[in-house]
Design a binder for this molecule. Sequence first.
Ligand code: ZN
Length: 415
Amino acid sequence: MQKSKDEQRTGQLQRVVQRVWERVPHYRAKMEDLGLSPRDIHSLEDLSRLPFTTKNDLRDTYPYGLLACDKEEVVRIHASSGTTGKPTVVAYTRQDIATWSSLMAHRLTVAGLSSKDVFQIALGYGLFTGALGFHWGAEELGALVIPSGGGFTERQVLLMEDLGTTAFTSTPSYALHLAEVLNSRKKNNLRLRLGIFGAEAWTEEMRIHLEQTLGITAIDSYGLSEIIGPGVAMECPLREGLHFDEDHFLVEIINPETGEVLPPGETGEIVITTLTKEALPMIRYRTRDLSRLYSEPCPCGCGEKRIARILGRSDDMLIIRGVNVFPSQVEVALGRVPGLSLHYFLEVSEKGGMKELTVCCESKTVLSEEAAGTLIRQTATELKDLLGVRVGLRIFEPGVLERSAGKAVRIKKVA
Ligand SMILES: [Zn+2]
């Protein structure tokens, strides 16, 4: 069984390598530089001989240089959210949209969504792939879809109550804000049972908080526009790692410094090769996202490969006095302090070439001077224990920090 799957995937890999070799001069040149041709791909082990693709390859060939089909075959364009620099444009053929919809429908079904659900999509529609990926997948599986878009919290709540929303998707930081608004209201006729959250690195602490305050099961979803959008990986209801569909994507974890492939269990950068995309196949795309592979199959029995919750983007890693710090680690520490909400951001300044970090967060209630002093000491201890380095701390009163309607800005640089 496994052997025939491997053979089938080797065949898919050979076809995708042949496709980019014939149609994308940029890929061909990179392969020729390594003395490779499609004839050198005999098995899945040969994947690691192929060159990496990075965001720079997309930027250097902007907008259509990596296209592996005729422009007339492209039916849709999306662009990355462009958190840093120029956006990258991604293209889809009609078949790519069908592939995306059906794999998203499959992922959502595994996550627990069904045709009986009323599914609200509180993500920004537009160039961002998030909303439309969920939209087409949920429609394909037959759920009732409410394309409410990002923001407009009062309207989101009204739709949830009046239309009987049972499941929704948003960024985790926006779900946190929604939970806050919902819990401040007296009357609430909610039927929510499932939340699917992605587009940001988030933590178990945030999951527990969202599940308790919203009365839902909170599922982690992973995707990126360069690969296809959402639907690349998602948890099942056991919530023990995000499942990958290996009929569409080959996953590797590499050491981000050396490029060497790491064994299951070791944390490194996720690298993905698409097997079925037509317009924009990706060969060994370096995602900059850090995670690890599980070596065991999921107890749910589906047999798919799993990755652990994303630790963060390698670009977001801060080095504070020699110690690596991720915003998600700060979230874990804050989640351990009962008096704090999970609204936060990190202020980064630089003094004499050294980075300084100040964690800015919020108390849950307005506190007396004495109680505030205790909270500060408690939080500072948790941060020091978890990060392994002492950092600055400012705790604001409830409601002071900006709420995000989409991706939260976790790192703010100050002069
Ligand atoms: Zn599972």
